[in-house]
Design a binder for this molecule. Structure first.
Ligand code: FMN
Length: 204
């Protein structure tokens, strides 16, 4: 039976979305069944109007991706969370979805499944690693087995982080993730799918 991988992301400018799709490509290439879901907006229309493109991008992604559900999480053998870094930690829209997983946590439904994280920032040293590492706490509470990238793909010497995929996109000078960032994200998808499959066998 195929390994089921759920990718839950939040994005407004599209860079985390691009990483999410690269993670999905890597997982599919490894034979996994993949669902890609976008966490919903939580801020007011006033905030969404603050930057050109946010509202339009959101409307497009809202139409393109289903909202994540607890049923998706139960279906999954592994979950990969991705979000922009905001002030050095994860975007609240993704955390808002995660905070609705109390029932699954209480029932131990995610115990022993695989978990991983990726993030986008505007600047290279803008906090992607603090975001990913702080999300490791969330994964631990949920009982997910944390799957870091390590340096398993040599591309990690040029892009991403050993904790998870990353891209630095400021939206003005750099519009889309570099190919190297996407390569690390594809590797992350394959790695998490492989580990999730092994853990599925262990869970029986
Ligand atoms: C409120 C807010 C806080 C942000 N904080 C950071 C930050 O701490 N470090 C950083 O490098 N970028 C920060 N950014 C920029 C985003 O992380 C960056 O634009 C990212 O690429 C957005 O991802 P997206 O394209 O998927 O929407 C912030 C953006 C917003 C709106």
């Amino acid at each position: 039976m195929a390994t089921n991988l759920l990718i839950v992301f939040y994005s407004r400018n599209g860079s985390t979305e691009a990483l999410a799709n690269a993670v999905a490509d890597g997982a599919r290439a490894a034979g996994a069944e993949v669902r890609v879901r976008r966490a919903r907006d939580t801020v007011s229309a006033d905030v969404m109007a603050m930057a050109p493109g946010w509202a339009e991008n959101s409307a497009r992604m809202q139409a393109e991706y289903e909202a994540p559900t607890t049923a998706d999480c139960e279906w999954a053998d592994g979950i990969v969370f991705g979000a922009p870094t905001r002030f050095g930690i994860v975007a609240s829209e993704l955390k808002s979805f995660i905070d609705g997983l109390g029932g699954l946590w209480f029932g131990g439904k995610l115990l022993g499944k695989a978990g991983a994280v990726f993030s986008a920032t505007a600047t290279t040293h803008g906090g992607a690693e603090t975001t990913i590492l702080s999300m490791y706490s969330v994964l631990a509470h949920l009982g997910l087995i944390i799957v870091p990238n390590g340096y398993g793909d040599p591309m990690t010497f040029q892009a991403g982080t050993p904790y998870g995929a990353h891209t630095a996109v400021d939206g003005q000078h750099v519009k889309a993730p570099h190919d190297n960032d996407l390569a690390v994200a594809r590797y992350q998808g394959k790695r998490v799918a492989d580990v999730a499959g092994a853990l599925k066998t262990l869970r029986g």
